[in-house]
Design a protein around this ligand. Structure first.
Ligand SMILES: C[S@@+](CC[C@H](N)C(=O)[O-])C[C@H]1O[C@@H](n2cnc3c(N)ncnc32)[C@H](O)[C@@H]1O
Length: 255
């Protein structure tokens, strides 16, 4: 399983804890990456007559997910989730997805597709970081804002599309589909240590990738990193990011 730092693992456990898994049925993870979350679920539901299906556009990730899958209830396939989902209407009990939606050009069509494939009262748990919610303390507020905004707006090479505000948009996307009854939950991940492998430190290292792409100034990034390390030495470092989750049930009938 891909090693997650304790802070990120804690967040992932919170998200997975929002799932209400049936004792029998079909659970799908859309944008499953290497299938880590589905494997975690499989180990918790050893007795369940549940099929766990992971879909992702990355052939490399799906290959890794298949190689790591020892539970026969796990199944993985390479699928572009910007298209019609490859499931019949009302055939899925639970849809789970984490950090996929920012990559899709048309998240509203995705929400309609999730509603189409879910059975009535089936559950959707859609989680997402809001990348622009990252807080770092620093002397130069404008500098922090520049770096965080640049990072949130960065379309990385593997993305067809990028929307760093997807966390705050989950409600608008899923509630406006008028096919779910749900709520949005939020959880704040906090770090008070500036060191590997903590999430804030890892994301701050990624600011250097912004410099290589001409999206941030090298002096800004080094000045920022220097002060974060200094804050850490004084016991004054603070980082947080908010993760959101839309948790809803498919309403019975289409309106
Ligand atoms: C940030 S990763 C999240 C992976 C996993 N859900 C997790 O939380 O660790 C986003 C995933 O979405 C996949 N993805 C991006 N665009 C996609 C698309 N159009 N169709 C299917 N998968 C896509 C990527 O390949 C990647 O595995």
């Amino acid at each position: 399983m891909t090693a997650l730092s304790d802070d990120v693992r804690g967040h992932r456990e919170w998200l997975l804890g929002l799932l209400e898994l049936p004792s029998a049925g079909v659970v799908v993870d859309l944008g499953c990456g290497r299938g880590d979350d589905l494997r975690r679920l499989a180990t918790r539901h050893l007795d369940g007559d549940v099929r766990l299906i992971g879909l992702d556009a990355s052939a490399e990730s799906i290959e890794a997910a298949r190689a790591a899958a020892t539970d026969p209830r796990l199944d993985f396939a390479c699928v572009d989730l910007g298209q019609r989902l490859p499931f019949a209407d009302g055939s899925i009990d639970v849809v789970y997805s984490h950090n996929l939606l920012e990559c899709l050009g048309d998240p509203c069509t995705f929400a309609s597709e999730v509603a189409r494939v879910l059975r009535p009262h089936g559950q959707a748990v859609i989680g997402h970081w809001d990348w622009d919610s990252q807080l770092f303390d620093a002397t130069d507020r404008a500098l922090v804002r520049r770096l965080v905004h640049a990072y949130a707006d960065w379309q990385q090479a593997w993305m067809d599309h990028a929307d760093g505000w997807m966390g705050r948009r989950l409600w608008g996307v899923f509630n406006a589909a008028e096919r779910f009854r749900g709520v949005v939950h939020a959880r704040v991940l906090v770090n008070t240590t500036y060191a590997a492998p903590w999430f804030g430190h890892a994301n701050a290292q990624a600011f250097r990738a912004l410099v290589r792409r001409g999206l941030a100034d090298a002096d800004d990034v080094e000045r920022f990193a220097h002060e974060q390390a200094e804050l850490d030495r004084r016991g004054a470092y603070f980082y947080s990011i908010t993760g959101f989750a839309f948790v809803g049930r498919r309403i019975e009938a289409d309106r």
